[in-house]
Structure formats: C-alpha cells, structure tokens
Design a protein around this ligand. Sequence first.
Ligand SMILES: NC(=O)c1ccc[n+]([C@@H]2O[C@H](COP(=O)([O-])OP(=O)(O)OC[C@H]3O[C@@H](n4cnc5c(N)ncnc54)[C@H](OP(=O)(O)O)[C@@H]3O)[C@@H](O)[C@H]2O)c1
Length: 254
Amino acid sequence: MTPRDRVADLAMIRAGIAAGTAILDTARAYAQVDAPLYGEELAAEAARGTGVIVGTKGGHSRTGANTWDADISAGRIRSDVETSLRVFAGERLELYYLHRVDLAEQPVEEGMSALAALRDEGKVARIGLSNVTVADLERATAIARVDAVQNLHSAMGRESAEVVAWCEAGEVPFFAYSPLRSSSNAPRLAAMAAARGVSRQRLQLRALLESSPVLSVISGATRPETVLDSLAAESEPWDEDLQTAYEEDLSIKA
Ligand SMILES: NC(=O)c1ccc[n+]([C@@H]2O[C@H](COP(=O)([O-])OP(=O)(O)OC[C@H]3O[C@@H](n4cnc5c(N)ncnc54)[C@H](OP(=O)(O)O)[C@@H]3O)[C@@H](O)[C@H]2O)c1
C-alpha cells in the first residue's frame, strides 16, 4: 500500500472489518522506502482488539522507487519477524509468509527452517508461503507444516490451478492474490451483473470463491466502496446460470 492519507486509509480498513473482513493482508514490500512499516502499522492498529487476523510477510522489501530485494536467508527472516513483532507490540504474529520464494536465491528450505524455529519459539503462529510452485511446497513440507499459501490466482486467469489442487489435497488454506487481474474481458458476466444490478467484479470474485473449498480471495482496494462490494461477493447467490456464464467467459481466454 502506498502512503496516502493515514486517517482515510485506516477508516477504509475499519469499514472492511465492520463489514466482516476476517483477514488483513500486508507486507513490508508494499510500503515506500521512507515509510517501510506503513502497511503493517495500519493493519496492526486496525486489527487490534477485533479478532481479525493480520497476514504479513518477510524476505522482500522495497529498495528504491521501483526496485525490491528478495532474501529468505535465516538471518533476514528472523530480523524481519523481529521488526514486525515490534510493530505488533510484541504480540505473536498470527500469519507470516515468506514473500517471494520464487525470486530469492536461497532455497525454500532455508526460509522454511527459519520460520519453523520462530513458530516453535511462539513468535509466529502460522507459516505461509507466497509465490510458490508445487515443488516448493513439497520441499517446504519436508521441513515443517505449511499453514497457508498465497499465490497469484485471478478469476479469469486461474494461474495457480496446480497449487490450488495441492492445497485441496492437504486441506491447506489458499489465498488468491490479484483476483481481479485482467478481468475486464468477461462479456457474459458483465451482462449478468447488469441484469442483477451488481458489479461484474462481485460476480468474478464469487465465481473464484466457488472454484475451491480451500480458496479465499485477497482483494485489493483504495476505496471503501470497493472493499464493501468485494466483501458482498461472499453472500452473492450462486446458481447454474452464473457457473455457465463464468465458464463461457473463461473459454474466451483458452
Ligand atoms: N503475495 C504477493 O506477492 C502479492 C502480490 C500482489 C498482491 N498481493 C496482495 O493481493 C492484494 C490484491 O491484489 P491487487 O491489488 O494486485 O489486485 P486486485 O485485488 O485484483 O485488484 C485491485 C483493484 O481492483 C479494484 N477492485 C477491487 N474490488 C473491486 C470491486 N468489487 N469492484 C470494482 N473494482 C474493484 C480496486 O479498485 P479501487 O482501487 O478503486 O478500490 C483495485 O484497483 C494486494 O493488496 C496484496 O495484499 C500479494
């Protein structure tokens, strides 16, 4: 998240929590170089006392306006966790991801071993892996239990289908990030949305949620209106017409 207006950003997150957001997703890498803890600080403040879980990430930070590093060495992960613990006032971190397993030069085993030790110490409650393949997950689970996976998986792209299948087999929660990427070319869903008087995006999020029992979506937003609309996807009615429209729009891309 880019620093904008702290009061407005906090109000937006709180509006989402009031409407039923269960998990907030943040990371060091989303903040600007001069305010690297902005997203974590906002999430910690908004979630405090609500029971909402914050998922945050380590091993990937912004180094310039458009540059980031990727380091899942044991020392870096421990240092990132310790920094996050200070932001969260020493409370245990409920969900902590290795952010860019795909870009780091270290093997996944190194970051996974570091997080497993931190979980054993009670500093991290759940271990997540982000931007991973099935092979990464197999190697990581040989070290310790993986509690959550977060990968790019959009409604119209279904980029991580194999990883979702792996999560289903092991009943591991899968979080689909950028769920609305490249979502505009969906004529059947757009027509159905107009007929139902809802947004096309709401139907796309609903369709993605329906696609797997272990899948949740991480929907990004800069406005309270889109936060609330995306949350409404969970209660949007599902029926065969919606399934058919979604499959027809998916086939356009195939
Ligand atoms: N693990 C990783 O490496 C990784 C990478 C990228 C993202 N993520 C996570 O995933 C989150 C979402 O990703 P993203 O922001 O790239 O993609 P996204 O959720 O697919 O798209 C966000 C955009 O969609 C719009 N939008 C959301 N809900 C909408 C709705 N109901 N109706 C109309 N427009 C809607 C938002 O509009 P407004 O701006 O107008 O609100 C925003 O411009 C990020 O915030 C981050 O937490 C993780």
